[in-house]
Design a protein around this ligand. Structure first.
Ligand code: SAJ
Length: 423
């Protein structure tokens, strides 16, 4: 089966680079997105997300007539679904977040009318175990005239697989090509065809499994990282209690040939590591004890940092009895969700800076070298340069290990260092 026309549903952080890559490797690509601005931007050869190297690839693909964006699906040989899988609204505090598959359902509903015999449908969105089978059921319900994969020996009209994306934001273009892919077909034939499709540009190995294992593999990777970061975060709290430098401790322990502890921080952010473990916990709440606890440990870290700041304010006022809280300036170094990026979404550093600006009557500085201005809803945080912050602030709160902060050394009495750069 030769896949000539590829359709990618959802043109976000994963869908757009994937669509652009197929186009760069000679396929005819139809990108589908519900957002008119996104569609218009891409059709102008521009991009609406921040990702190195992607702009040039999209521009060339559009100029060459290989990539176009549309609002409604059109006929194609293969469909890749890369839509978000958010949570349902939480009803009571402490409830386990439950995944909401409404965007996958909407995508299935949208492509069903244009499916034809021989088409391949791949779910790329990170999904709870069973989502690919569920998607097949939604498609089958919409197209009674076509057969869908159910049992191994059946030769169905439509092939279906789950192939989770595993690329690191900021390195997407390289990792899309170089990373190994896990390919989980609903049948062996579905897997084989998916491998054939990805081999258009993937240089890593395409490893075949079933759909449920592929779904779990993606969740396992991000849960593993979450648990490891929780271990580091818990160590940092224990060490603070015992008056031990956690950074020195970890570097000593990591000299052991079989130990590799990750780095503590102000909490876990981003759109994946703090989300995906819940897909396991919500499915198997009785069994997923450690994964659940890791989520709680990492989610509690921002409040622990805020409490440290409150103590620092009290200590500062005790040391400076002529001043009031209004006279105290707090500088938050780093607002992004991880080092050397400009992405403020789901950022524990930003969450902490916002809380401080709210609870503190004095000035709150935000130092974020990767952005030029702060969004309007952050107007009570003053965006300043690093040198002004070092010069003028009374309490210095290090939140993100951006490269610009690493070379700076200064003496100040009140430094709270969540990243081990100045502490
Ligand atoms: N973090 C720490 N300590 C560490 C490492 C990270 O506190 O030692 C924090 C970061 O500061 C950040 C959060 O964890 O707030 C997540 O950052 P990350 O670099 O671990 O991961 P993401 O969210 O940028 O990308 C992850 C990657 N998954 C793994 O490394 C297992 C990526 O490969 C996935 O494709 C991506 O999730 C995704 O889309 O699922």
């Amino acid at each position: 089966m030769a896949f000539e026309i590829i359709s990618v549903i959802g043109l976000g952080y994963i869908g757009l680079p994937t669509a652009a890559m197929f186009a760069a490797y000679g396929k005819q690509v139809i990108g589908v997105d519900v957002n008119q601005d996104t569609v218009d931007t891409i059709n102008r050869g521009k991009i609406h997300i921040v990702e190195p190297e992607l702009d040039a690839i999209v521009q060339k693909a559009v100029n060459d007539g290989k990539l176009k964006a549309v609002l409604k699906p059109e006929s194609a040989d293969a469909f890749l679904i890369a839509v978000p899988t958010p949570f349902l609204p939480i009803e009571n505090e402490g409830d386990i977040p439950q995944p909401d598959l409404k965007y996958i359902q909407a995508a299935a509903k949208a492509i069903a009318p244009v499916l034809k015999e021989g088409d391949l449908v791949i779910l790329e969105s990170t999904s709870p175990v069973g989502a690919t089978e569920q998607m097949a059921e939604w498609l089958a319900a919409a197209r009674a005239d076509l057969t869908f994969p159910k049992t191994e020996d059946e030769n169905s009209d439509i092939r279906i697989a789950h192939c989770p994306e595993r690329v690191l934001p900021g390195h997407v273009v390289r990792e899309l090509v170089e990373n190994d892919r896990v390919i989980g077909g609903l049948t062996a034939k579905c897997s084989q065809q998916s491998v054939e499709l990805y081999k258009t540009f993937v240089q890593g190995d395409c490893v075949i499994t079933n759909a449920r294992t592929a779904e779990m593999a993606k969740l396992t990777e991000n849960s593993c990282r979450d648990v490891q970061i929780a271990f580091a975060n818990e160590l940092s709290i224990i060490c603070d209690e015992l008056d031990i430098n956690v950074w020195e401790l970890i570097s000593l322990a990591n000299r052991h040939p079989r130990i590799n502890i990750l780095q503590p921080g102000p909490g876990v952010g981003g759109h994946c590591i703090a989300v995906d473990p819940w897909f396991i916990v919500s499915k198997t709440p009785e069994q997923a004890q450690l994964i659940h606890m890791a989520r709680k440990v990492n989610d509690a870290k921002p409040q622990w940092v805020i409490d440290k700041v409150k103590i620092a304010i009290a200590d500062f006022l005790q040391a400076n009895p002529d001043k009031t809280a209004k006279d105290v300036t707090i500088a938050c170094y780093g607002l992004a969700f991880k080092p050397d990026i400009d992405d403020l979404r789901e950022s524990p550093a930003l969450q902490i800076a916002q809380s401080i600006a709210k609870l503190h009557s004095g000035r709150t500085f935000g130092v974020e070298p990767n952005i030029k201005s702060l969004p309007k809803y952050l107007e009570n945080i003053e965006l300043v340069g690093i040198d002004i912050a070092i010069e003028e602030a009374d309490i210095h709160l290090m939140l993100v290990g951006h490269k610009e902060f690493k070379g700076k050394h200064f003496n100040a009495e009140f430094i709270i260092d969540t990243k081990g750069i100045w502490g």
